[in-house]
Ligand binder design. Structure first.
Ligand code: PLP
Length: 396
């Protein structure tokens, strides 16, 4: 009998992780795999980030304040004002070990055991696990193509109960790429105000929007929304700094900031001093590299969109982030009855790694991350098209 706690026994390796682990084994064995699996930009971090990190290493990295250095908090507040029109004071910011930990800290700060948190689906795969770890119950609200994969005020109202404490709103959304307009946010904000619930606004993809769409921050809707929102973001995506592990949360509610700071002081101690200096440099330094990366993703999005369209594979045309959702329901069969089985077969037989979206609350879809070179996107789409064609031919 295992000695693992009930709390951790409920956590399972996610389906995308299973695909990624198998991909790594195949690659180690010499197979050429095109990987659309992981949401990680393939660009270099800004040069100023590396230089700032080296300087801290040379001077001897020490513990910092548990909730981040004053320099980084100042840089975060300035960046949130510049990029999201959010006027947080540096004291309203806490710095965390990746945005993932910022979401966890926000959930712990806002909920008690048994509280409900509304989670629009499709959702980032870690949210349900984070909520359950915290003892909160995810209330999943399926969103469909009809609403642009977005939560509507009516659906939010239907999900509310006396135990609802918060809504997690991920904008731009991973995996759908949906981007909420300011008017849509204002309508949801009205429901949150009437219900008296908090909002965890995960805006880590705020810098990655396309097609002239403009990003609007949830907390920027009005003063009430500012006070009930915890804004989460980080440097992983916009600055291609995934391995630095720096995220942050900013809140209008002083008690929530205080609670998150106390949590950090007793758990992570502080985020890496080296990484904090790098993040401050990236946020405050020249922004042209981030913009060049966004333009590259915009081009790759067109490439993948065109290739999947040519292959007749139904898919989304996302307005933000760097993921496309491919509808593989027409290709499922007794041999590959669900998206995980299909993703594993696509990997083994065609050498293409993708993320099955049942792990993100949406059955029958795969997520394709277009964070790889143009030629690899074309090759991956070609392999996937051939595999899907073969699935159809085998059936007739
Ligand atoms: N939030 C969303 C929606 C994400 O997709 C991710 C990473 O994939 C994160 C948070 C976590 O980012 P970080 O690498 O900073 O922990």
């Amino acid at each position: 009998m295992s000695m693992v706690s009930e709390r951790l026994a409920i956590l399972k390796a996610s389906a995308p992780m299973l695909v990624d682990e198998r991909k790594k084994l195949l690659t180690a064995g010499g197979r050429d795999i095109v990987s659309f699996c992981v949401g990680e930009p393939d660009f270099a971090a800004p040069a100023c980030a590396g230089e700032a990190a080296s300087a801290v290493i040379k001077s001897g990295a020490r513990y910092t304040n548990a909730s981040g250095t004053p320099e980084l908090k100042k840089a975060v507040a300035a960046a949130l004002l510049r990029d999201s029109a959010l006027a947080y004071a540096p004291e309203q910011v806490v710095v965390t070990t990746g945005a993932k930990y910022a979401v966890y800290a926000a959930v712990l700060a806002l909920t008690d055991a048994g509280d409900e948190v509304v989670l629009p689906a499709p959702y980032w795969t870690s949210y349900p696990a984070i909520l359950r770890l915290a003892g909160a119950a995810p209330v999943v609200v399926p969103c469909t193509a009809d609403s642009g994969w977005k939560l509507t005020p009516e659906a939010l109202i239907r999900a509310l109960t006396s135990r609802t404490r918060a809504l997690i709103l991920n904008n731009p959304n991973n995996p759908s790429g949906a981007v909420y307009t300011r008017a849509e946010l204002a309508a949801l904000a009205g429901v949150c105000r009437d219900a008296g619930i908090a909002v965890i606004a995960d805006e880590i993809y705020a810098g990655l929007v396309y097609d002239g769409a403009s990003f609007a921050a949830a907390a920027a809707v009005d003063a009430d929304m500012f006070s009930r929102t915890v804004t989460v973001s980080g440097v992983s995506k916009t600055y291609a700094m995934t391995g630095y592990r720096i995220g942050y949360a900013a809140a209008g509610d002083a008690g929530v900031v205080c609670g998150m700071s106390a949590l950090l002081s007793h758990t992570t101690g502080c985020p890496s001093a080296v990484s904090q200096a790098a993040a401050a440099a990236a946020l405050s330094g020249p922004q042209d590299g981030a913009e060049r990366m966004r333009q590259a993703f915009a081009r790759r999005r067109e490439l993948l969109d065109a290739a999947l369209t040519d292959a007749g594979i139904l898919h989304t045309r996302p307005q933000g982030a760097f993921y496309m959702m491919a509808d593989i329901r027409p290709y499922l069969s007794p041999a590959y009855p669900d998206d995980l089985a299909f993703a594993l077969a696509l990997l083994e037989q065609a050498g293409v790694a993708t993320a099955p979206l049942s792990a993100f609350g949406l059955d029958g879809f795969l997520r394709l991350s277009y964070t790889l070179a143009d030629a690899r996107i074309a090759e991956g789409a070609r392999r996937m098209a051939a595999f899907c064609r073969a699935c159809v031919e085998e059936r007739v």
